[in-house]
Ligand binder design. Structure first.
Ligand code: FE2
Ligand code: FE2
Length: 289
């Protein structure tokens, strides 16, 4: 079974939000005006989404950050780009929000993510959801993102840890194989700096659950660089940013595909948008031993 994993497409629109006074919004607007527009070319999301639609993958996972500041026009555009993906894959397109989709308390309270991505919404007051995608194979996704006034942290809260444990215990009791999906990295390559203001807080709780229940894979993004790391038996796949421009092909806009053979992930491939031609190119990725 071929799985396509993308995330961090970061559609952006320069608009004033109703809660523009929220400190992070002021910071974000200045940052977007000054820098982010250069790093996330406006025409990239449509090119990448169209390439995803062309894929022959059987399952598509989006691991969060469809928007930049949780603005209505950003969600609208992301929903428009994702509509053909949803149409082609139905319940085999699984998506969760990232921290940029939980940007401010106001945008969360208005339920903007849920309004534009009803198929990616969690049940009321729940932080974990599951999707059966094949006989004995489920995706378990969780939402650890929340507004932060200045930083970009997510958290494995007491509530999330409890829900995630219950969900993994259930899948284990049913004998199901699990593909876990969250927004934040669990493990970083040795040469990548994990900034404290950008990290998953209480990540040791997630590490404990991964070590205990051994999902086949943990699909995530957030740090905009493609990689595969191992935590126990679980392969942690970072799809990189679907919308960012970089001279480093691990960071350049694109996504990852992998093959799932029963309990083993094989043949990981990075697909990236060649900067010069704006055509897609591929590069094999390494699975750590
Ligand atoms: Fe991101
Ligand atoms: Fe993020």
């Amino acid at each position: 079974m071929k799985i396509l994993h993308f995330g961090d497409i970061h559609v952006w629109r320069l608009r004033l939000a109703p809660d523009f006074w929220y400190f992070k919004r002021l910071l974000g607007t200045v940052n977007l005006t000054a820098r982010r527009r250069m790093r996330f070319p406006g025409h990239y999301p449509a090119i990448v989404a169209a390439e995803v639609v062309k894929s022959g993958a059987e399952v598509v996972i989006f691991s969060g950050d469809m928007s930049t500041m949780s603005l209505v026009p950003e969600f609208e555009e992301a929903a428009r780009l994702f509509a053909p993906i949803r149409e082609k894959w139905g319940d085999r397109f699984f998506c969760i929000p990232g921290n940029h989709d939980r940007y401010s308390p106001g945008s969360m309270k208005s339920g903007l993510y849920e309004r534009y991505f009803p198929y990616g919404a969690f049940e009321e007051d729940k932080l974990v959801r599951r999707q059966l995608i094949d006989d004995g194979l489920v995706i378990v996704g969780f939402d650890c993102s929340h507004p932060c006034r200045i930083r970009s942290n997510g958290t494995i809260s007491d509530k999330l840890e409890k829900e995630l444990r219950a969900a993994l215990e259930y899948e284990q009791s049913e004998g199901n194989r699990v593909l876990l999906t969250g927004h934040y990295p669990l493990a970083y390559p040795a040469d990548v700096h994990a900034a404290w203001e950008h990290k998953l807080l209480k990540a040791e709780r997630l590490a404990q659950l991964v070590n205990e229940f051994e999902p086949i894979a943990y699909f995530h993004g957030h740090k905009h660089q493609r990689w595969i790391e191992r935590v126990g038996k679980t392969l942690c796949v970072n799809c990189g940013a679907a919308g960012m421009v970089s001279s480093d092909i691990r960071k350049q806009a694109g996504f990852v595909t992998v093959e799932l053979d029963r309990e083993t992930l094989t043949n990981p491939v990075a697909h990236y948008l060649d900067r010069a031609t704006e055509e897609f190119a591929t590069c094999d990725m390494e699975i750590p031993g």
